[in-house]
Design a protein around this ligand. Sequence first.
Ligand code: F6R
Length: 615
Amino acid sequence: MCGIIGAIANTNVVPVLLEGLLRLEYRGYDSAGLVVTNKGLERVRTTGRVTELSKLVVQQKTQGFAGIAHTRWATHGVPSERNAHPHFSGQDSKIAVVHNGIIENHEAIRSNLKDKGFEFLSDTDTEVIAHLIAFNLQQETDLFKAVCLSLAELQGAYAIAVMEEDHPERIIVARNGAPLLIGVGKDGNYVASDTSALLQATRSIIYLEEGDVAELSNDGYRIVNCLHNRLGDPVQRAVHESTLSNEAIELGPYAHYMQKEIFEQPSAVANTLEMVLNAQSISPNLFGSEAEKIFSKTSKILILACGTSYHAGLVARYWLETVAGMSCNVEIASEYRYRDPIADPNTLVIGISQSGETADTLAALNYAKKLGHQYSLAICNVPESALIRQTDLRFLTRAGPEIGVASTKAFTTQLASLLLLTVTLAKMHKKLSADDEKKVIAALRHLPVALQHALQVEPQVKIWAKSFAQKRHALFLGRGVHYPIAMEGALKLKEISYIHAEAYAAGELKHGPLALVDSEMPIVAIAPNDQLLGKLKSNLQEVHARGGELYVFADADSQIAESEGLHVIRLAEHAGLLSPILHTIPLQLLAYHVSLVKGTDVDKPRNLAKAVTVE
Ligand code: F6R
């Protein structure tokens, strides 16, 4: 939700700002802007994408040695030039601010500042930060101190970068609840919402912590923490050398990030399972040094997550119940945080998140702790994220950066991690024999190859995509552990192709949705050769008999024959526990190819953004 980059160097920083914004565009893309110091603060903003901003910058010959820039996902105020960041305040010496997050008490601050004579030119919550800093600068002439004093009045989550017209030799940045990293360079210093935006300039990265405020100049930086002192206590933060490869963040031979990420799944899963693939047995230590102690006390599981990560949790519930004999509750994080659930100290709370920054998931996890849940585990793809830092145990899905807004490789690596967790718990609670453990390890070892095989259905899926692209609605059916996979398939299709798609547990059809079925309604069914196949076949007959067009993803041994109105794509023979992971692949491919036929923006679907850091 919004991306920030700032740079202060011995050379013109505009190219760094624009390149950084392109890397951050996945975080929001409904408007973009930048400000540089060049005989005053020179600002360029547009409602378009970063490429539009680049054109304006070239036309206006914008240059400067220091600057801050922003790509926006609108929360307060429609996407428009006047709501685009940076926002200004002040008359004699202007203040410019870019912000990621939400200021919850912006209305109260706004009305207070209006009473003091400040004029508001946008509908954003961000503008109150700019005016508040300008107001504090009237009493306290040092920008750094004025920023610290202003932050003490803000409620909510934010990462900000601030510049002052009269002091172009520094940028002030702050973090509280939204990610912000400093890049320490040889010829300058940088700040950004993520590492990928900084790699063009430096690999030396400092991860700011909650309450940190930093001052950057072209030859140095200093950091204070304001959590216990409004003006900040000096702190030292470690400088890490990033190992992120350029390949990981570049498109390479692919047309879209989503395509790249779909095809990276065999290697993403292999990386995630690396520690297990060469092992003879599974150790709880994979989840953290305290895992053995915590897992031995765990009698139930509570999973909190949103969107695709929530679907991963739903799949895990089936595994945990069947393999580990453990009861598992899976909750949508944004709902859980506003209910009055009953806490149980022996329940392990698991937060699943690709980004580790999803506001609802973080808040739900905190809420679970407040309610009395003792132990927590993060399954997450971003090592430095807030989620990873707030749990007792953690497991990193090593999928590499996921840039396409629609989550793909994060999902399958989450599933692989959750399967690993299931067998670890099953083993510890004596539900898994040594022989069965070996069989699961062998199956996991085979998973990357099986994923590669599943990707080979692409040419057949492409043909289906042509007829799907003409439709306005679609139904997705699954049963048992494949029902959440149907949900994930429907989510993928709707989010990138804008076709309305609903998922149903196939047994539910006759309780209502069957009324929707006619020749205009394509029905996608996931039909693995598992114990529910017979039941599913009956459900498919119900659809077929009513003229519904069926598109079935079956296993090679599912024994479903093609006929008029019934199309079948076959994967390999039934893969047991791995089946939901493998059946995800053709659904991702279907959404991708339908989106291509329709010409929608695959990587940046309308109204969405990656990493939902606001409620
Ligand atoms: C869908 C998608 C979203 C995310 C959700 C949670 O393709 O990407 O539904 O899964 O916003 O995000 P994370 O996993 O980062 O917490």
